[in-house]
Design a protein around this ligand. Sequence first.
Ligand code: GLN
Length: 547
Amino acid sequence: MARYVFITGGVVSSLGKGLASAALGALLQARGYTVRLRKLDPYLNVDPGTMSPFEHGEVFVTDDGAETDLDLGHYERFTGVAARKTDSVSSGRIYSTVLEKERRGDYLGKTIQVIPHVTNEIKDFLAVGEDEVDFMLCEIGGTVGDIEGLPFFEAIRQFAQDKPRGQCIFAHLTLLPYVTASGELKTKPTQHSVKELRSIGIAPDVLLLRSEHPIPEKEREKIALFCNVRKEAVIAAPDLKTIYEAPLAYHREGFDQAVLDAFGISPAPKPNLDRWTDVMDRLENAEGEVRVAIVGKYTQLEDAYKSIAEALTHGGMANRTRVKAEWIDAELFENDDPTPFLSNFNAILVPGGFGERGTEGKIKAAQFAREKNIPYLGICLGMQMAVIEAARNLAKVTDAGSEEFDHEHGKKRFTPVVYHLKEWVQGNHVVARKVGDDKGGTMRLGAYTAALKEGSLVSKVYGATEIEERHRHRYEVDIAYRDQLEACGLTFSGMSPDGRLPEIVELKDHPWFIGVQFHPELKSKPFAPHPLFSGFVRAAMDASRLV
Ligand code: GLN
């Protein structure tokens, strides 16, 4: 049965709990253990699928089609373990399950209460798959003391109590602020945070302390004494140059050792950190640089495209070069020539997105890349834009557009080259949707297989003719236009196995122009860069040599 590490946070949010959890996962793997990571989010949305990327960052999609928090992306990037539906839960999901059960009469007339009904539901979630791995790492979103978080804290307290002694430990991440006037690191906020945690019955075993400065021995002793934690379990989490330094840096500070000590695992197996030294070597000893324009809508908030930014970095690492990605707002040149905005780049990427705003700019970006022979990677909406561009300017369907935009405006303005998909095949069953369906969880979601055309650029990029990639979209390129578009040079080089849904398009007479209906960025890892991103960066390097 798995050992559980619960990771909580205090003092302020955004301290990097997700990253710390992911790094701990990587370090336990490096010691030969199997791990799974889980996120429990206190907000009331049933899942982040309907949340604005502005507010909550990107929605990370799992193979089995769950729309989850972006922290699950970190977990996968650091451990390579594919997350599942059962690795992410919110208060909203827990409450809706409890209320459904109540309506069904499952509780046999009992009064439904936070304790035990809500907490039991959370404990059931924690227990899923407990026999599958050595360690289950569960991160609680938010900070201790938040009203919404209380049922989760109560549930993990109970869960640890239900298990045999020594099977669950608690790691708490806080901040040591530095007060310039006195030149000191302050421990009081951490003391208060731990006090809060202990008042709800949780005594932390390991403290992870974010600080801009090294923690003096005296302060470490003080924290250990006041927070009732062993001195060796007071771990510094220093600021890092790159997130990928976290496993090595946290190991140096003794994080994984402190966790194993807390479980009483002795002697602890020695870690093999080769994977992470190689990752750091590739990042630190990169040669040259390529510039990539990401033409999108949510350009102010990088978290909205977290996985794309990371996948580009991985693509750079595969080629031992640096990728400088710049976010360009597509609306800037909707009515202008994009040349001044785009001519400075070695490659153009148009990412996924929803809604019409900015799409005319994205179409122009695709046209610019096509005409100027600049490497282009279109992801989901970025593929749809490339197809609309080719339809308008090559196949002369001058009013080509997406039904998505007509639906948004409630009137018909375009010839729908991209249409609303209402029925498709998943595995061996048919999925059906209607236009007015709920917005949450109703897209074509999760992993689907695609068959790649022999001899195509993508089949070379992947080195395969069958692939599996993750999807998240409602609209689809219409194969009715395939012959017309292929005659103009836009090849449909990847299709769903039943041949009905275009998964990939590429331009025949172009050095590297690929549009994909799925999200390859979600499967890229620093130690296993995604082939589309390695290929894209390589094409950008080739293009940079030409100019
Ligand atoms: N809005 C488009 C659709 O729903 C594209 C979605 C995306 O880019 N993820 O099909």
